[in-house]
Design a protein around this ligand. Sequence first.
Ligand code: MG
Length: 391
Amino acid sequence: MTKQNFPTGQSIRIVDLRAVPISFPVPADKSVRLGIGRSVKRDSVLVRVETSDGLIGWGEAHHGRCPGAIAKLIDTTLRELVLGMDAFDVVGVWARVYKMQLASHGMGAAAALALSGLDIALWDLRCQATGWPLYRLLGGTAKPIKAYAGGIALGWQEPSLLAEEALRHVATGYRALKLRMGDSPGRDIARLRAVRLAVGNEIDILTDANTAYTLDDVRRVMPAFEECNVAWLEEPFPPQDRHAYAAASLLGRVPLAAGENHYTRYEFDTLLEDGHVRFVQPDLSKTGGVTEAMRIAAMASARKLTVNPHTSATAINMATSIHFLCAVDNPGYFEGDVTTLNPFRDNIAEQLPYSLDANGCVNPLPGVGIGLSLDLDFIAAHPLIEGPCYV
Ligand SMILES: [Mg+2]
């Protein structure tokens, strides 16, 4: 990607917008079980924006368990809404899609996911036009961001096997890891205890129930979670179960985390106003892209809360999330993807989206934008496989 010259005030028009949904099947021996099911394939919906002067920007929309539907929405309604608009006017594009789709027809997840991918692509275009890395365009600087071992990993399995997996991630440099809960309180506690015993007290243990807990489950696991010094309990319930979050926050000292299924600043406004969650986790490919994640980070900052973005399938989301964390004043953890097999992380671009440094931190990639050169042949070789990715 080379720097283009754009005199002040010059605009470029969006002349094409299309979705590029991609999939790969997960082999049975690489499948992971967690609170939302067993992984059978991985999906993503890439978003390609072309401008009047030939610049092409790429973004990533989360698949929402229905990648074909998200792609269709982008190729039809979103395309109609934004063709001809100024590609540099990311706030204006965001506002138009919001007004015509999310505001007038309710906060549908599909529209938020689609808008997210479009917004990330527009920031890519802005970076190309300036020749700047994304973190600088957003007002930040390159700095280390602490990371935890996450992604579709550390799932439901025998406690001894889980402890072995946890030790492998610690051996690669991670100083924090996230265990998948939401099975049964007894099995969850057994796994947690095995891992804490294996990794010692210096490693941060995070937990994620993937919305599978009841209030009684939280009541039953909380004493052991406190004893094992769990740093957060993520998504015990679906995002709309506000009263359950309120009740769970009173059941122990382990703080709650949520946000990967909260869309736009409006849903985060409610979450923050309720005040029961201490770790805020917007996913840039779900909540409204870079533009909206920056707004959400500012709202969390005003409450002295960190942002800990949930990451998604491909290197685009992962690299973008690190740049985002470098540009906010309240960065929390980056979610490292320690999934055993994820070619969308490893092979979609010439570069890996990140590497761990000696302190268990990641750094933004150098170069223009998010620092990735996409492999278009790889993308073309992984067309959409319809259907859900968890069963
Ligand atoms: Mg989660």
